[in-house]
Every structure is written in structure tokens, then in C-alpha cells.
Design a protein around this ligand. Structure first.
Ligand code: HSE
Length: 436
């Protein structure tokens, strides 16, 4: 069997997972790849690692790994976009194929990295960059290659899904759940990347590029996190028959491509509503196949290692064949990848959940419904909460039909100016994810 030598850079949560799964399942991995794969060198600066390095060839200099003439594939698991970028480019300059789990690196520098790899006849694989253990990159690039993709909507950050699930089912506090996600190794080094939606935006940019043959870019991608969500919204959504999920949505419309990450009400009956804890799920709607759902663990050591090793197997199998037979980095020949017009969030059409505090007196709701009617917004449901004794204000919750965000913003401004309304009107977008 052909020998294939790996240089593993980074032994954090994912790196240790790769080391352990490779050691445990090596016979099957070799049989599947028809190669004899070994970890020839490990580049790592940390001393406390969750794997047995007693037989490993270790260096503290990751750049040594990228230049080691024995190594065929450099596996970049150090994270970040500065040193990781230098490492990947150096590995390519030195004729190494690259496997990475680094979504920020691919979303921000993917086009440069792929161009360099293509010019040098090398592969760069990144299955683990999106949705941890779910083979969604392979599904989009290969399994769905017959289709025109209409839209995809995904829970693509395990940490936020874990937090929302715990808030929903156990009424736990946000900060307390976040600490648990960090302890379990789900969260990013800087957890604001998770809760502000940045991690999900990196992943959505990657999915959209593959789905719609457009260059990787974060420009124009609307991003909102879950830090402003209140437990009462999670509870009101349930009362209305919805669940709040943090979704990344990409859709092709006649007016352009929508790319957005934000908390979203989805109907309890939708496939994605029941995907809880650290699980991720991506719904893909395409013209030939219809709607599919890919779900599984979206973070954690071994689920992510599963995807990294699948890439290693793919590279090991293909590296001695002609580059023309390889699956292109974004699933399409680079010559057809073209920028697309992105839609401004104000022009996107969704349903809306609205909450505000209003004086409990006759005529208030009719003022609000008139404003909504004047803005062309149709109301689907209204809840008014009974106030505690002595409280003059009540919470009003409105669910609208699908409307342009521009119209909703106009209505919100008018409602906030009503003398009977106190404070700001908050809103959350609603998606029906019709499974047609
Ligand atoms: N922090 C990420 C998440 C890890 O929570 O999904 C996997 O990309």
C-alpha cells in the first residue's frame, strides 16, 4: 500500500480528537483509503494535551511541519486567520496538500488559498469547517451536484443551539449555559464569535459559495447574534407554536441572493425545530431532490475529527490521480465562480414576531393595528399578557405575515412614537421553511 504521511498542526480540542480517532481506527481508515496513513510529525506548542504523545515526533515549530519533505498532507488545526494563513500558504508552497477545520480562514482567505492550491496542483479540503461531524460540504459539492439549489437554512453553531435549547427546556440563564458550552469544548476561543453570530456567518459564507457558485466573502452578509434574546421571547414563541433557533439562511431570489444569520422563529412542526443541544442541522431545498435535512453533532473533539479524517482519506485516495479528476474546492470549476448581487436586509421578506410594552387601556391595540395596516402588514396572531396587580403596562406580542423588512421598520418607528407605548419595540424574524 502507498504510504501517506500527515503533519498535524495544533493539538487543541479538535487536534487531540484527530490524533485519538486516527490511532483508534487506523486499520479501518487505511483499508478505506487503500493507503498506509501515519502521523509523521505533530506541531504543537501546548504541554497539556488530551492524547498520548509518547510515540509521536513532536516539534514546537509548526512551520517546520509545513517544510518537512517527508510530509504529504498538512492538517491545520491551530485556528485563527494570521498564523494559520501563513502555515497553509507555506505548506502549499512546499507542495503539501492541506486539510483544515478553520472556517474563518476559509471564509476570509479561501479564494487566495484555493487559487494557490490550483496553480500548484494541490488539494485544500475543509469539511470540518462547517457543521462539525456532518458531511455537508461533501453533500453539497457531490451528492447534490445534479441540482439547482434554491435555499438552505441551518443551525450551524452548536454553542448557540446548546444555549437556546437549555433556555427553552430548562429556563436556564444565558451566561451559565455559555460556561458549560466552553467547558465542553464547543465554544470558540473567543465565545463572542459564537453568540454574536460571527462563527455562523463564516460557515454560511462557505455554504452559500458552494450552493450558488459565488466567491467566498463576508461582505454584505447580515449577522445578528443571540445576546439580545430574552427568556420571555423563547416562552412567548412556544405559546404561539414556534421555537427560536439561530439560523444561517442563504436563498436565491429574482432580486438577488439573501445571506443572513439571525435568531429565527420556526414552526414547532418544522424538521429543524427539534434539533437541540449541540446538534447542527442544515435544510437544503433544491430543484430535483426537493428538501433534505442533514443533522448531527456540530462541534466537539471527535465529531469534528470525523470530518477532518474523512478529508485526509479523500486526499490520500486522490493525490496520485490527475487534478482534473478532483472535486473542485467550491464544487464548480473556478472559471464559473462569479460574484452575485446580495440583497439588503431591508428588502428581505419574512414574517415577524414583535414584542412591546403598552398601556392597558381601550384603543391602544386599534392604534397599533392601524399602523400595521397602513404599512401593508397583515397580522397573523396577537397575544396580550394580563398584567400583575398595580402594573399599568402589558406585554403585547404580534405575529405578522410575510412582509418586507423595510415596511416592518416603518411600522416599528410609528409604534414606538405612540404615547401609549413604553420603550423599544423588539422583533425577531420568522421563517416557515416550507418543505416543498
Ligand atoms: N464554536 C463552534 C460551534 C465550533 O459552537 O459550533 C464548531 O465550529
Amino acid at each position: 500500500m502507498r504510504e501517506v504521511k500527515i503533519g498535524l498542526c495544533g493539538l487543541g480540542t479538535v487536534g487531540s480528537g484527530v490524533f485519538n480517532v486516527m490511532s483508534r481506527n487506523l486499520a479501518a481508515i487505511n483499508a478505506r483509503s487503500n493507503c498506509q496513513i501515519s502521523i509523521a510529525q505533530v506541531g504543537c506548542r501546548r504541554d497539556n494535551v488530551a492524547c498520548d504523545l509518547s510515540k509521536a515526533n513532536i516539534t514546537r515549530d509548526i512551520f517546520e511541519v509545513a517544510q518537512n519533505p517527508d510530509i504529504d498532507i498538512v492538517v491545520e488545526l491551530i485556528g485563527g486567520t494570521t498564523v494559520a494563513y501563513e502555515l497553509v500558504m507555506l505548506a502549499l508552497e512546499n507542495g503539501k496538500h492541506v486539510v483544515t477545520a478553520n472556517k474563518a480562514l476559509i471564509a476570509e482567505h479561501g479564494m487566495t488559498i484555493f487559487a494557490q492550491a490550483e496553480a500548484r496542483g494541490l488539494m485544500v479540503c475543509y469539511e470540518a469547517a462547517v457543521a462539525g461531524g456532518i458531511p455537508i460540504i461533501k453533500a453539497l459539492r457531490e451528492g447534490l451536484s445534479a441540482n439547482r439549489i434554491n435555499w438552505l437554512a441551518g443551525i450551524i453553531n452548536g454553542t448557540t443551539n446548546f444555549i437556546l435549547s437549555e433556555m427553552d427546556t430548562k429556563g436556564r440563564e444565558f451566561a451559565d449555559v455559555l460556561s458549560e458550552a466552553q467547558a465542553k469544548g464547543y465554544a470558540e476561543a473567543d465565545p463572542t464569535f459564537d453568540v454574536e453570530g460571527i462563527d455562523a456567518s463564516h460557515k454560511l459564507a462557505i455554504l452559500a459559495s458552494i450552493a450558488f457558485a459565488m466567491p467566498l466573502s463576508l461582505e454584505g452578509l447580515f449577522t445578528d447574534g443571540i445576546t439580545q434574546l430574552e427568556p420571555q421571547d423563547v416562552a412567548y414563541a412556544r405559546e404561539l407554536g414556534y421555537v427560536i433557533k439561530h439560523l444561517g439562511i442563504a436563498r436565491q431570489t429574482d432580486a438577488g441572493v439573501e445571506l443572513r444569520v439571525h435568531p429565527t422563529l420556526v414552526p414547532e412542526r418544522s424538521l429543524i425545530a427539534g434539533v437541540n443541544d449541540v446538534a447542527n442541522a442544515i435544510m437544503v431545498n433544491a430543484d430535483a431532490v426537493g428538501t433534505t435535512l442533514f443533522s448531527g453533532p456540530g462541534a466537539g473533539a471527535e465529531p469534528t475529527a470525523s470530518s477532518v479524517i474523512a478529508d485526509i482519506v479523500d486526499v490520500a485516495r486522490a493525490m496520485d490521480s490527475y487534478p482534473d479528476s478532483w472535486v473542485p474546492a467550491l464544487g464548480y470549476s473556478s472559471s464559473v465562480i462569479e460574484p452575485r448581487t446580495l440583497m439588503n436586509i431591508e428588502d428581505v421578506e419574512t414574517g415577524f414576531y414583535i414584542r412591546f410594552s403598552a398601556l392597558d387601556k381601550p384603543g391602544v391595540l386599534s392604534d397599533v393595528t392601524k399602523i400595521m395596516g397602513d404599512a401593508g402588514i397583515s397580522i397573523e396572531a396577537i397575544i396580550q399578557r394580563e398584567q400583575p396587580a398595580g402594573e399599568r403596562y402589558v406585554n403585547v406580542i404580534i405575529l405578522t405575515n410575510v412582509t418586507k423588512e423595510k415596511c416592518l421598520n416603518e411600522a416599528v418607528t410609528h409604534i414606538e412614537h405612540l404615547e401609549t407605548v413604553r420603550g423599544e419595540v423588539s422583533f425577531i424574524r420568522v421563517e416557515y421553511l416550507d418543505q416543498v
